[in-house]
Design a binder for this molecule. Structure first.
Ligand SMILES: Cc1cc2nc3c(=O)[nH]c(=O)nc-3n(C[C@H](O)[C@H](O)[C@H](O)COP(=O)(O)OP(=O)(O)OC[C@H]3O[C@@H](n4cnc5c(N)ncnc54)[C@H](O)[C@@H]3O)c2cc1C
Length: 236
């Protein structure tokens, strides 16, 4: 009988120093794919909403070992960081023997646990350019405070000038096969509808029904978390 060699196709990348570290760049931040969630939590220069996101992944044991790159490449619909990368307009630096290229987060997740990398590419780093004038927001709704798979997870970014919203980005996870942007809600915010923009939620999402939540529950919660964020910054 041939014994299977279960380890023959596994590459240990922990020693790849080029994939490590969280650094400030001229434009923003380079977050190495091997950065753990604990390292993200400790990188106090990063946007607080991203640090908050890191603090909700699993619990401390998972945060000590789980990586930013693993979360992104795994591409679970419930991957807590994915909506944040979408609203931050992150770029993913990927490399192979053919060279290095960048994939915008908006083009990365192409289907259920599918992504735009080809088989021999590694995710090297995530690049973000947060603006100090932007309001960034993260909200995870799960059953518990820790070790909880999201029922709904929201990433949001709002830019306000002279009391008016001039940029609005919303993305949700645990709703569909991939994280999704909310274009109708975003347009309604920019059109001056304030917190009522959240009432357009059903035009942007048709949430899935699964063991964790019903579609109706997800729609209500998604509407509620967006409304509550908008009320905080644009008034009721
Ligand atoms: C108990 C438990 C609780 C969890 N809770 C949460 C949670 O609350 N929220 C959440 O989002 N996730 C959660 N997870 C899932 C997981 O731990 C995280 O998504 C974590 O960030 C994954 O990182 P990893 O390094 O362990 O990835 P791995 O599981 O090692 O990798 C995932 C996939 O990505 C590939 N991969 C990894 N890094 C790279 C790279 N640099 N380039 C190319 N491919 C790569 C791997 O080959 C694999 O196919 C949980 C997992 C467990 C076991």
């Amino acid at each position: 009988m041939v014994k299977p060699n279960l380890l023959k196709d596994i590459i240990n990348i922990w020693g790849c120093t080029g994939l490590s570290g969280i650094d400030s760049t001229e434009y923003g931040f380079r977050i190495g794919a091997l950065s753990t969630w604990t390292e993200v939590r400790q990188a106090t220069a990063l946007p607080p909403a991203l640090i908050e996101c890191a603090a909700t992944v699993g619990a401390q044991q998972i945060q000590n070992r789980g990586t930013v790159g693993g979360n992104i490449v795994n591409g679970s619909p419930a991957g807590d960081s994915l909506p944040m990368w979408l609203v931050l307009d992150a770029e993913f630096e990927v490399a192979s023997t053919r060279g290095v290229r960048r994939i915008p987060a908006s083009e990365f997740w192409t289907g259920y646990r599918k992504n735009a990398m080809v088989d021999d590419e590694l995710l090297v780093a995530v690049h973000i350019q947060p603006k100090s004038t932007d309001i960034l927001h993260y909200r995870k709704v799960g059953t518990r405070m820790a070790q909880s798979i999201s029922k709904v997870v929201l990433g949001a970014r709002l830019r306000i000038a002279d009391g008016r919203p001039i940029e609005a980005r919303f993305a949700m996870g645990s709703i569909a096969a991939t994280p999704v942007r909310l274009p109708t809600v975003e347009a309604a915010v920019l059109a001056g509808e304030g917190a009522d923009a959240a009432t357009h939620m059903a035009q942007d999402i048709t949430p899935l029904d699964d063991i964790r939540s019903t579609s109706g529950y997800r729609l209500n919660v998604a509407t509620r978390v967006v409304r509550s964020f908008l009320e905080q910054y644009l008034g009721a």
